[in-house]
Design a protein around this ligand. Structure first.
Ligand code: NIG
Ligand code: FE
Length: 415
């Protein structure tokens, strides 16, 4: 299939965009793209490609923007129930951490998720994945973390693999048993940490090798925060995971700075996520680290808070910045990366080109997939969006509407 006559074809070619290099869209005006099977076979101007491939079936993108599919590198897609009542409580003055400490928050989603069957979890997640796909996300990372006990965490992991097999969204799974201290361990949190380190992580590794068809090991993530896991507990979990060969992620500095970002960089984490309360020293360190800084602007927005990731400082320091939705039932029930970009332009002060690069090629780097997806380059997987607008800056500028007209995943038209 030859997509041709795009008003702007954004390639984002050349790999992840670090620091002030962020925001190079690699535009081809009157651009064209050849897809063969699941892959991008050629990229160039319409004149060149129409001449080279005269008999190829065509798709006319006249007056439109063609760009890579969004990659969403931080979501909590698999859960049952909702927290609409807590949303109302927060509007009346209760804070997110107060609700968690009172046994609600993540723990209330844990109760609903533990009692849901695998089939129910897959069906709920598949519906959410469908909405994300129609809004332009072609790949997402997704976490467990609402089980907090082995069988239930494993069921969430199975749901993620099933979701991936449905071939809608491509899913890259993360094991987040360290999302909260379960009620059973309220007074003995270190015993839960023992449980994760001594039983769950080794068991997960064995299970994975038997069941996951030679897929690389999933990420292991920890919510390092007051009321969740302390810095020493987080370090123990991540060090154990690293020794078993798992790639690492962390929830750092969402509400308070416990030193999680620096610790995770030291351990070679693939990404550090949230980064609202990150210190100047840690920001400086991001500039020389391969660890990707993932900002989740839907979360402060969802909590009606005024502080966001200091994205400009991260770019100034030469860090690799990515954007994600944080789709979850507590703080941000939103998997629309177009809305994430709109928030990032306003509150992170990114240009549309910077925000889009952070949501495509850099987001791919946040899940170690930058060699396969995130840009329109020969040999990469054909994950392509056609927007209903003639200038990419409408992404960010407009919000609350869906500008994605067509979605192509692995060379197949999905929308
Ligand atoms: O990334 N902070 C921890 N985890 C999620 C929220 C999960 C929830 O509240 O259910 C986050 O914001
Ligand atoms: Fe999260």
């Amino acid at each position: 299939m030859l997509i041709h006559s795009a008003r702007q074809l954004l390639t984002f070619a050349g790999g992840p965009q670090r620091g002030k290099a962020l925001g190079n869209p690699g535009i081809i005006e009157d651009g064209a793209l050849l897809i063969r099977g699941e892959q991008i076979a050629d990229v160039g101007t319409t004149a060149d490609l129409l001449a080279k491939y005269p008999t190829e079936p065509r798709l006319d993108a006249r007056g439109k923007v063609v760009m890579p599919g969004f990659v969403d590198p931080h979501t909590h897609l698999v859960f049952a129930g909702d927290r609409a009542v807590e949303f109302e409580m927060r509007l009346q003055g209760k804070t997110y951490l107060e609700i968690l400490q009172a046994g609600g928050g993540i723990l209330s989603t844990v109760r609903a998720t533990r009692s849901a069957s695998l089939e129910t979890l897959v069906a709920l997640a598949a519906e959410r994945a469908g909405v994300m796909l129609r809004h332009g996300t072609t790949t997402a990372e997704a976490k467990t973390g609402y089980g907090l006990e082995w069988q239930s965490e494993l069921r969430q992991m199975e749901a993620l693999l099933r979701l991936d097999e449905l071939n809608r969204l491509e899913i890259h799974p993360t094991f987040l048993a360290a999302h909260a201290i379960p009620e059973e361990y309220r007074d003995t949190p270190n015993e839960y940490v023992d449980q994760i380190c001594n039983m769950m992580l080794p068991e997960l590794r064995r299970w994975w090798i038997r069941h996951a068809n030679a897929r690389p090991l999933p990420f292991v993530d920890v919510f390092c925060e007051r009321g969740a896991f302390t810095l020493p507990q987080s370090r123990r979990i991540l060090e154990t995971a690293r020794a078993l060969g798992f790639p690492l992620k962390i929830h750092a500095d969402e509400f308070e700075n416990l030193g999680a970002a620096g610790m995770a960089m030291e351990l070679g984490a693939v990404s550090v996520d949230h980064l609202v309360k990150t210190s100047p020293e840690e920001i400086e360190r991001l500039g020389t680290s391969q660890t990707v800084a993932v900002s989740l602007p839907c979360t402060p927005f969802g909590l009606a808070e005024s502080e966001y990731t200091p994205a400009r400082a991260i770019l100034e320091a030469n860090g690799i910045l990515a954007l994600a939705s944080d789709f979850n039932p507590g703080t941000a029930w939103c998997g629309n990366m177009q809305f994430v970009i709109a928030l990032a332009c306003r509150y992170l002060k990114l240009t549309p080109a910077q925000a889009i690069a952070a949501a495509t090629i850099n987001a791919a780097a946040a899940i170690r997939q930058e060699h396969r997806i995130g840009s329109l380059e020969v040999g990469k997987q054909a994950d392509v969006l056609i927007l209903s607008v003639d200038d990419y800056r409408h992404l960010g500028y407009r919000f609350g509407v869906n500008l994605v007209e067509q979605v192509i995943k692995r060379g197949k038209v999905m929308k």
